[in-house]
Design a binder for this molecule. Structure first.
Ligand code: K7E
Ligand code: CUA
Length: 626
């Protein structure tokens, strides 16, 4: 049974005046379901059942959207395993409170994380690092997958909202961070009347120094003042190239819903990052506030525009690297482009003029086919399986369509609940996807779960790809909206059981005898340790678990967890000082604060660690100024 209900929200609903095709999910495993359905559901239950003590086959690294965090799920159980704090503080782990994470976050308290990307070696996820960008405050971050902790965050200058990242090249040479919002270079004030002249859509090429776990901006490109939406790196034959979609090539400055959808075509930016890298080596760039900036109208070459149906959203490179597929958003079609054709067209200069000094390739010279499955509306993002077949999410018709990129033939469709954004296939962005599973990341779950009021959680639905037909076999709530996720084989992730006590960290203490409280003027350094079930700040003191300072002192509490047992993590919270941090086994962390409130402040371990966890307490005494 199908219901037709009018579109009430979502992408371009007003413009399309379309009706939304919602499948009916009311016949569930209970009630009036036939025996067949019941059996089928039983086998589906078995497919996702991971008995207690056994582990899932895949990790799903999902964006936490405007929570600023990342979520880790297990597949096929779809059990949520962990939240990784990235762009927002996290009370549970003290992320954003201790010295290192506080410095990384700067003064920002929220973030908007859309696209996690796992580091790659030879086009395969290598399970070492996870990258992400922040649309809210223009940052990029790297998470270490030995510890599932954020190691570095950088601000991306001249940019506002690097939405179209992070997608890494085959050997994690670069990730490209183009801006969503065009802004003046330097983000200074410029009148919107001068938008076309003064505003730019800057793209940053970011490298990762694995040894020091640092992100760096290698160079930037001052692209035209358009919005850059999604990108993907080439693979194999196209490995030196990357693609990204644009919209608002109209350069509208108000009412984008209408004004950015005027022209029939926008563009895909196709660029050769090896060539851009060479340009920088040759000194073909301008220095802009310390950034190496390529201006494509002056330092020509390496960048091309490919016309595409208006307001595209996703662009995805096939696993064999021969094609890139753009999804329509406002056009009901996926467009398949050929890298080989593009390379020939560039060689033969099959151009249709240029825009802002960037040559526009002839559409027919690069396009291979337009694919328009019947009644499918709102294609957004495409993933692939082990046979090279494509799976495109249809935002408006609420389904995933499986199709053959070599022929354009529609192979299968499955209704999802509802309005999928991205989908994430097993090893889906690599040169060799696994097939097996795809997860649909839905924007609207509409009453799938127990009601929690007017706002409902979104959902992720797990789809089995091994049968003749795609089949939804599990569903998990996710809150807030997930954008993208990547699914990696679990055995590729090599976590460490405990931290090595870091002898190079001058603040680390390993034994009670090394604990001490040192005063230098009005600076107080506490070198303490945490162990089951006490804090020792100064073993020689009358009360080793008490810190006494003067009002106005600058206090540094360095704490090492000397319990080198897996999973014995201690917390350190100070009442009413709004401070908390976590020290995992073997880890040393530092809290830095000014004791600006006089009084008596109990402190305690915030992580359950033993039967006497409740006794793991002490005091911070702040003596008032005379
Ligand atoms: Cu399509 Cu931000 Cu990748 Cu959400 S974006 S859907
Ligand atoms: Cu240490 Cu609880």
């Amino acid at each position: 049974m199908k219901k037709w209900v009018p579109a009430v929200s979502g992408l371009a609903a007003g413009l399309l005046a379309a009706t939304v095709f919602f499948a009916d999910f009311s016949s569930g495993p209970s009630g009036s379901a036939s025996t067949d359905t019941a059996n089928k559901n039983k086998s589906n239950a078995e497919k996702v059942y991971v008995p207690f003590g056994e582990k899932d086959e895949y990790y799903l690294m999902a964006s936490g959207g405007h929570s600023g965090q990342m979520f880790v799920y297990g597949v096929p159980s779809m059990r949520k395993i962990r939240t990784i704090p990235v762009f927002s503080p996290d009370s549970a782990t003290g992320y954003g409170y201790d010295q290192h994470t506080k410095e990384m976050l700067g003064n920002y308290t929220w973030g908007d994380l859309h696209h996690p990307a796992i580091s790659e070696t030879n086009g395969e996820y290598d399970g070492k690092y996870l990258f992400a960008t922040d649309v809210a405050n223009s940052r990029a971050a790297v998470v270490n997958l030995e510890t599932f902790t954020t190691r570095d965050i950088i601000d991306v200058p001249n940019t506002s909202g690097p939405h179209c990242a992070a997608f890494v090249t085959e050997n994690t040479e670069y990730m490209f961070l183009p801006t969503r919002f065009a802004v003046p270079i330097g983000s200074k004030y410029e009148s919107l009347d001068d938008y076309s002249e003064k505003y730019r859509g800057v793209m940053s090429a970011v490298t990762f120094d694995e040894k020091n776990e640092k992100l760096n901006i290698a160079y930037q490109v001052a692209l035209p003042p358009w919005s850059y939406d999604l990108s993907d790196a080439g693979k194999k034959m196209s490995k030196d190239w990357a693609v990204m979609t644009t919209y608002n090539t109209e350069e509208a400055t108000t009412n984008l819903e209408i004004n950015a959808s005027q022209a029939d075509r926008d563009y895909i930016v196709l660029f050769n990052w090896k060539e851009l890298e060479q340009k920088v080596k040759n000194g073909e760039y301008e220095d802009v506030d310390g950034q190496k900036m390529i201006f494509p109208e002056k330092q020509k070459g390496g960048i091309y525009l490919v016309p595409v149906a208006k307001s595209p959203h996703g662009v995805d490179v096939t696993p064999d690297g021969t094609r890139f597929i753009a999804s329509g958003k406002l056009a009901p079609a996926m467009t398949v482009f050929s890298f080989e054709k593009a390379f020939k067209a560039i060689e033969n200069k099959e151009f249709d003029g240029e825009r802002n000094g960037i040559p526009v390739l002839k559409y027919e010279s690069v396009m291979e086919r337009e694919v328009n499955p019947e009644n499918a509306l709102g294609p957004l993002h495409t993933q692939f399986d082990d046979k090279g077949m494509a799976y495109t999410t249809m935002f408006i018709s609420s389904e995933i369509v499986k199709w053959n990129p070599n022929t354009g033939e529609t192979l299968d469709r499955v209704a999802v609940q509802y309005s999928p954004g991205h989908a994430a296939a097993a090893e889906g962005d690599t040169v060799s996807p696994d097939g097996k599973y795809i997860v649909s990341l839905n924007k609207l779950a509409k009453d799938s779960y127990l009601s929690v009021g007017p706002s409902h959680p979104e959902s992720m639905q797990l789809i089995d790809l091994t049968g003749d037909k795609m089949e939804i076999i599990q569903s998990a709530p996710v809150d807030p909206e997930p954008h993208y996720a990547q699914m990696i084989k679990a055995d590729k992730i090599k976590t460490i059981p405990i931290y090595d006590i870091d002898k190079k960290n001058p603040a680390a203490v390993t034994k009670a005898e090394e604990t001490r409280i040192e005063r230098k003027g009005n600076e107080v350094h506490v070198y303490g340790l945490a162990m089951r079930s006490k804090f020792i700040f100064d073993a020689k003191a009358k009360r080793p678990d008490v810190i006494e300072v003067n009002e106005g002192d600058k206090v540094f509490i360095h704490l090492t967890n000397v319990d080198l047992d897996q999973d014995i993590t201690h917390g350190f919270g100070i009442n009413k000082y709004d401070l908390n941090m976590e020290v995992q086994p073997g880890q040393t962390n530092t809290l830095e604060f000014t004791a600006n409130k006089a009084g008596t402040f109990p402190l305690y371990c915030t992580n359950f660690c033993s039967a006497l966890h409740q006794e793991m307490t002490g005091y911070l005494l702040v003596k008032p100024k005379k």
